[in-house]
Design a protein around this ligand. Structure first.
Ligand SMILES: [Zn+2]
Length: 374
């Protein structure tokens, strides 16, 4: 453990560690049950440790604790705020739960994530760092953009489509990385000999306990479209993007590409992930003003601010103004999202702002107007 890690550990309250352990355990459990449909013991170790800590926390406060892991799973379907834990102000909104049916929510992901930087290097960060290194060595920024776009736009592929995708990459080492990015699709998600893909995000759809099709992405579920885009037979040898890459590269990536497309429609010049991914979008206006944008799609603004506090906005490639941009859907969930984020932010600069995508587009139009009158 280096100094910054132990400092981060000191910042966590005991009940935060409990929620982090339970959230990580739930994600491991989901992975286990996807690979092996029949629920097999033992439960993931963090889940058991989290349960033990939660039981103690309840007993200390004279509250009835969960009686078993199965009981804990029921608790996880209730709002976190009803657990009676000591969590920082603003860290939990009253609707936030860890499980939706048996699927971990974005809140669960964020809590799993929130302590993870203390424990280990994050797997998808290590992976993308290797990809960046390969592209830098080949001096090929375009190869990086192609690779990253592939992960975002094509999360589920047949064996044939996967071969074609490999063919689009000129660098051998990148082809190897692409093979590591995908896994055989889980049998548990197939039904009647085929998998279904989500019409919104392209991921494989999962099945609820009652058998209905559902996307693992909350934003897709919120839109309520259940009709699959494609049905892929088992014999086609389907592969699916790895879970960590789905959650931390592809999911936010869709919001990044949408915002890039919207800004392009305004006639602006966009560079995606400039200088090998220093930030998400570099926008150049006709008057040569430059905006730098990082799209952040976290359900919890408090946990997001805590992660941003550890990583200030990169200065390079240079910009005149920088923005943290949140997808509009987050406003519907939590109207005070921007305020909650800014309140928890420790690093302040008047050149760096935070806003929703819709507001960014409005401001971009105003900037174009200003430039044309200058
Ligand atoms: Zn989806």
């Amino acid at each position: 453990m280096d100094a910054s890690h132990s400092e981060a550990a000191r910042m966590l309250r005991p009940d935060e560690v409990t929620v982090h352990l339970i959230a990580s355990g739930l994600i491991m459990l989901t992975q286990q049950t996807q690979d092996q449909p029949a629920l097999t013991l033992p439960y993931p170790e963090p889940l058991q440790r989290g349960l033990n800590r939660l039981v103690l926390a309840c007993l200390r406060r004279n509250r009835p604790p969960p009686r078993s892991v199965m009981d804990l799973l029921n608790w996880c379907r209730e709002p976190l705020i009803t657990w009676g834990l000591d969590l920082p102000d603003g860290s939990v909104a009253d609707y936030e739960r860890l499980l939706d049916d048996q699927i971990p929510t974005a809140t669960c992901e964020a809590w799993a994530r929130s302590g993870a930087d203390i424990e280990a290097n994050l797997s998808e960060e290590t992976f993308m760092h290797e990809v960046i290194t390969i592209c830098i060595e080949s001096d090929d920024p375009e190869a990086y953009t192609t690779f990253r776009r592939m992960l975002i736009e094509r999360p589920a592929l047949t064996a044939l489509e996967f071969q074609q995708a490999l063919g689009e990459l000129d660098i051998d080492a990148l082809q190897e990385r692409l093979k590591e990015a995908y896994e055989p699709a889980p049998r548990s998600a197939a039904h009647n000999g085929q998998w279904a893909t989500c019409a919104i995000c392209g991921n494989l759809m999962l099945r609820r306990r009652r058998g209905e099709l559902i996307c693992e992405d909350e934003q897709c579920r919120a839109q309520g479209r259940r009709t699959p885009a494609r049905l892929l037979p088992l014999r086609d040898g389907v592969v699916w993007l790895r879970r960590d890459l789905r959650r931390y590269i592809a999911m936010p990536g869709r919001a990044e590409l949408q915002l890039a497309a919207d800004l392009e429609k305004l006639g602006l010049q966009i560079a995606l992930w400039p200088a090998f991914d220093r930030y998400d979008l570099r926008v150049t206006f006709p008057d040569k003003t430059v905006w730098a944008i990082d799209v952040k799609d976290w359900s919890n603004p408090f946990l997001l601010a805590r992660s941003v506090n550890n990583k200030p906005f990169p200065n390079d490639p240079p910009w005149d103004r920088a923005f943290f941009v949140f997808p509009d859907a987050r406003r519907a969930q939590r109207p005070d999202y921007v305020r909650a984020f800014c309140n928890a932010l420790r690093v302040h600069s008047d050149r760096v702002e935070a806003c929703f995508a819709r507001d960014l587009l409005r401001r971009a139009k105003e900037q174009i107007e200003r430039g044309s009158h200058a």
